[in-house]
Design a protein around this ligand. Structure first.
Ligand SMILES: [Ca+2]
Ligand SMILES: [Ca+2]
Length: 190
């Protein structure tokens, strides 16, 4: 009986240690500032969650809080008004679960380019913030048209983060290629 109790205590202790070790450390996590999207939801945005020992945390539920994008002032908007376009079924608080590498991948189905502070959470821990939400549907009307090409070109040639449709933090030919592939693929809301 004593042995069973001891074993139970040991297992409980081990569980507590694992649970404690699984606390995300924002300084070790990776939250890219630019989160690109396509209406059809086929552009990945990946957050990496690690603990203080720089170990990846598996099974963590990561939530991106985009709520403020609904009323934020986007760089393509004046005055401030509703910014983000949401495809049907896309929530303002999407979540994804980390894999064995600590990576949680989102596939946002949104339009328009919005800037602001959109926090990314695991529980009550703020891992970092998304600051730009952009999309192949550049003007955020839920359609793909020449207006998006014009808007993309305007952002591209002024080096605006709104043209960073591959989300690598830089404006380059890779963004133009990414835009063209999704635009000519007519990637609309599913
Ligand atoms: Ca559009
Ligand atoms: Ca880029």
């Amino acid at each position: 009986m004593l042995k069973v109790l001891s074993l139970s205590c040991l297992l409980l202790f081990a569980w507590v240690v694992i649970a404690m070790g699984a606390v995300p450390d924002p300084s070790k996590c990776t939250v890219p500032a630019h989160a690109p999207a396509c209406l059809v939801g086929d552009i990945a945005y990946t957050v990496t969650v690690r603990d203080a020992g720089n170990n990846p945390i598996q099974g963590a539920v990561v939530v991106a809080d985009l709520t403020s994008a609904l009323m934020s002032s986007g760089p393509n908007l004046s005055p401030a008004t509703i910014c983000l376009y949401l495809c049907s079924g896309q929530t303002l608080t999407p979540s994804a679960v980390t894999n064995a590498s600590g990576q949680a991948t989102f596939y946002l189905k949104t339009g328009k380019c919005c800037s602001g502070t959109y926090p990314v959470w695991v529980g009550s821990v703020n891992l970092g913030n998304i600051t730009v939400l952009n999309s192949i549907d550049v003007n955020g009307d839920g359609a793909l048209s020449g207006a998006d090409v014009t808007a993309f070109a305007g952002y591209y040639f002024t080096n605006s983060p709104c043209a960073d449709v591959n989300g690598d933090g830089a404006i380059s030919g890779a963004d133009a290629t990414q835009f063209a592939n999704h635009y000519f693929g007519n990637h609309l809301c599913p």
